[in-house]
Design a protein around this ligand. Structure first.
Ligand SMILES: [Zn+2]
Length: 242
């Protein structure tokens, strides 16, 4: 298997900072891609200096902004969904359209553009609501758990327990950590944010397993684990209002 090391970086353009994940692997050129959840990945071989990579990312600024532009839209809280066709649903920083279709079988599917609810009856909203709620809960759990696994690996040297994940409605926080109960609680609205923002919240909470307070040591650990956490926090606060 090819060995890949990765680090988070931030470059500043005149009016915007761009966060990206730099992967070091054996590739010929510097490659850049923006994923569906608006994460930016750049790959380059070990011998390309970071200054060159940063300049490359800045030179691709317009391309990047075009692809992540959608994520800067104001996000309507999912809790206020009216369950009408065409309504906006934000998932992982990306806008989707709601489509409710009459069907012989109930299901909810997301293709990256639409969230389609296949409902037995179009005139019975409580059931449609329930279908959507069940779907978004299981979707959020699978995304959060996947990110949690990745962040957990970075803390391997601390020999932490793998925490239980609880997803809750929270009014003023993105997450919290109960180290003694080996539990992390995430705000259910975090699913609206880009994946790298979810990752940031989990880094913060995992650091609490090591330092249960917001001491200097806590922040230095967070800084080592996620050097661009401040920028990411700012993006999170800008993109989803709680
Ligand atoms: Zn905290």
């Amino acid at each position: 298997m090819q060995s890949v090391s990765s680090e988070s970086r931030v470059v500043n353009t005149e009016n915007q900072s761009i966060s990206f994940i730099l992967e070091r692997k054996k590739v010929k050129n510097i490659n850049l891609r923006v994923t569906n959840d608006s994460s930016i990945y750049v790959s380059a071989s070990e011998d390309v200096p970071v200054s060159e990579i940063d300049s490359f990312v800045i030179s691709r600024k317009n391309y990047i902004l075009k692809h992540v532009a959608e994520f800067d839209c104001n996000i309507a809280p999912s809790s206020e969904l009216q369950y009408v066709n065409g309504e906006n649903i934000t998932l992982l920083g990306r806008n989707h359209r709601l489509k409710i279709v009459k069907s012989f079988h109930e299901s909810v599917v997301c293709d990256g553009v639409y969230v389609q609810i296949n409902a037995l009856r179009l005139d019975y909203k409580p059931r449609i609501m329930q279908q959507f709620t069940e779907w978004i809960e299981s979707y959020s759990r699978s995304v959060f758990e996947e990110v949690m696994q990745n962040v957990y690996r970075r803390f391997a040297c601390y020999d932490l327990p793998f925490p239980e994940l609880k997803i809750r409605e929270m009014s003023s926080r993105w997450g919290s950590c109960l180290p003694e109960k080996e539990t992390i609680i995430l705000n259910k609205r975090l699913i609206e944010a880009p994946k790298f923002c979810i990752e940031y919240v989990l880094y913060h909470e995992f650091c609490h397993f090591v330092y249960p307070n917001h001491s200097k040591k806590f922040y230095s650990l967070l800084q080592v684990m996620l050097p661009n956490w401040k920028e990411t926090k700012a993006i999170l606060e800008k993109s989803v209002n709680i």
